[in-house]
Design a protein around this ligand. Structure first.
Ligand code: SF4
Ligand code: SF4
Length: 105
């Protein structure tokens, strides 16, 4: 099996543990996104504060892997039917956007 991983630089998110995401499953939004900055991890919960997505659990479960991402960025070449097929995904610090997004040409 290929090795895949998700790293996250949004270290102010409650699910972030040393740049691993411990939410288990995440939702990435970006239905009209044409570049990485137009996507965002909607499961982001700022430490001690509000969440973007109140459907998500505040509790950590297990390390999130790319295949556990639900993603609405249909213009991304790694997206197929709302699932992410990138081997390695990097969520960025700025707005918890997906730095791995690549526009399908
Ligand atoms: S911003 Fe998203 S990917 Fe990063 S730790 Fe939080 S829930 Fe996980
Ligand atoms: S790489 Fe593409 S499909 Fe995967 S989470 Fe990022 S934007 Fe969504």
């Amino acid at each position: 099996m290929r090795s895949t991983s998700l790293t996250c630089k949004a270290t102010n998110c409650v699910h972030n543990k040393n740049c691993d995401c411990m939410a288990g499953v995440i939702n990435v939004k970006g239905i009209h996104a044409k570049n990485p900055s137009e996507t965002t991890c909607n499961t982001f919960v700022v430490e001690g504060g509000y969440s973007f997505d109140n459907l998500s659990s505040m509790h950590n479960s297990e390390k999130t892997v790319p295949k556990a991402i639900k993603c609405s960025a249909g213009n991304c070449k790694y997206n197929e039917d709302g699932k992410c097929y990138a081997d390695n995904v990097e969520i960025m610090a700025a707005n918890a956007c997906c730095g791995t997004f690549e526009e399908m040409l």
